[in-house]
Design a protein around this ligand. Structure first.
Ligand SMILES: [Zn+2]
Length: 220
């Protein structure tokens, strides 16, 4: 249980239990992982962490991957999520140990799959990814990392080398009590379909994407 100050300034209790339900071997094309399944009792989400090797060392190589059906499963080139997930799993396997927490409920930075598709339709008409969420009356980023922190805690991870370009993920983990020893860039070469999206992430969402400097500006 944690205490939270509600909108009226009153302290309210809320259940934040994230319960480990199952653990199973999961051989993948990247290497041998163990899949840990969790149930987030607060939000109702089913979550999975893929673990490779042992996590006892400090500075565990870690990715908190926000679910993206279109990118992760369909190979969408609208975003770079699919390549980031594959790269993270490969890097964890190559490093000999680490964890990828796959965060359900994070579609479209937390607005949900159908809303994300609506936002993509608006982006096809010329809005950027931030403007599209706002045009739908939705938050620019509604993701919560409390469950991720509790999963890492359950796995015995105290400090991480975080594979991310997003300073907000680092800040959120620190806020939830996980030490971020290092932020490891996860830079995917851009393509014509996602260069505008990636520039928006850099310019409006503070993502650290220095490799975009090498790309000429795409015509708008
Ligand atoms: Zn994506």
């Amino acid at each position: 249980m944690t205490e939270k100050v509600g909108v009226l300034g009153k302290k309210t209790s809320r259940r934040t239990d994230v319960e480990r339900i199952v653990e199973t071997p999961l051989p993948t094309v990247y290497g041998k992982f163990r899949a840990y399944g969790y149930l987030d009792h607060e939000r109702g989400d089913e979550q999975v962490a893929l673990v490779h090797g042992d996590l006892e060392a400090e500075g565990v190589l870690t990715r908190l991957h926000s679910e993206c059906l279109t990118g992760d499963a369909f190979g969408s080139r609208h975003c770079e999520c699919g390549a980031q997930l594959a790269t993270a799993l490969r890097q964890v396997a190559d490093a000999g140990s680490g964890v990828v927490v796959y965060l359900r409920g994070h579609e479209g930075r937390g607005i949900g799959l159908l809303a994300k598709l609506r936002a993509m339709a608006l982006q096809a008409e010329g809005l950027d990814t931030v403007e599209a969420n706002l045009a739908l009356g939705l938050p620019v980023d509604a993701r919560d990392y409390g469950a991720a922190a509790r999963i890492l805690d359950d796995l015995g991870v105290r400090s991480v080398r975080l594979m991310s370009n997003n300073p907000r993920k680092r800040e959120a983990l620190v806020r939830h009590g996980i030490r971020v020893a290092e932020q490891v860039p996860l830079l995917i070469p851009p393509c014509e379909s996602n260069i505008t999206y990636l520039r928006t992430k850099r310019e409006r969402l503070d993502h650290h994407l220095p490799h975009l400097d090498a790309m000429a500006h795409a015509p708008s």
